[in-house]
Design a protein around this ligand. Sequence first.
Ligand SMILES: [Zn+2]
Length: 275
Amino acid sequence: MATQEESQDMAHPPLQMGLKIAGMLSDADPDFSDLIVQYGTHEWRVHKLVLCTQSNFFCNVCKNGLWGGGRDGVVDLSQCHSARGVDAMLQYFYTSDYSTDVDTRDEPRDCPSLLLHIDVYLAAWKISCSELGDIAIGNFCEEVESYWFTPTFAHAIDELYSCVLGSVQPMRDAAIQVAARHAKELLKEDFGEEFRQVVKEREYFARAFRTAAIEALEDMGLYFCVEQAKLFNAPDSEFAACTWCRRAQFEVGHHKVENDIETERLLNELRNANI
Ligand SMILES: [Zn+2]
């Protein structure tokens, strides 16, 4: 007589078979690999069944040998932006997502995830995988705010403006908005050095940044926190938390300081494109 487990097997053969196939094709088990993806000296042993069922690019390559570059069963993706972008792309085909802990080997080990999202976008674009591209853009826009005071923020802007693809615009826009919100600190403080260098070198970015920064600074007021006896900046048009006591700038115990000379000076410099 069949055990309960066996009868379940018989009751749902396609599901059981699917799970078995998925197990055989998992990343950890390259035994059934029938395709190699290459980037420079990097090689990944993958499965046509996994890639071709999800990607027209890989389907065409395997059918017509378009990107084979000579050797059978090898797809050379060396034209992609980076090995870590390719690694994340392959992860996506196996797990529907990618982790920021990707295989970097001879690339810098401390690749910040913000830069990885750009690499993943470029890899996705190369193989026309818009779903992965959208995931990468979403991740970038979500994380960019937390990098604004680091050199990585400047590097990301530099990469986005060295790229000729118009489709990276949503990432550029997100970076511009973050830069505009923190324009005062980025243009004055030591940690803004890399950022100011990018403003000097990337004319298109500089123009977009100036416009957005002027808009943000015109809306920026200087407020006084009575409890802490300290000043802070906050927008005039919407609720924002006091830097010192975390209550809103419009709540009792705060008042607006007229004539914020520093903001006015910065606005003038931006309007005259002296920055
Ligand atoms: Zn306060």
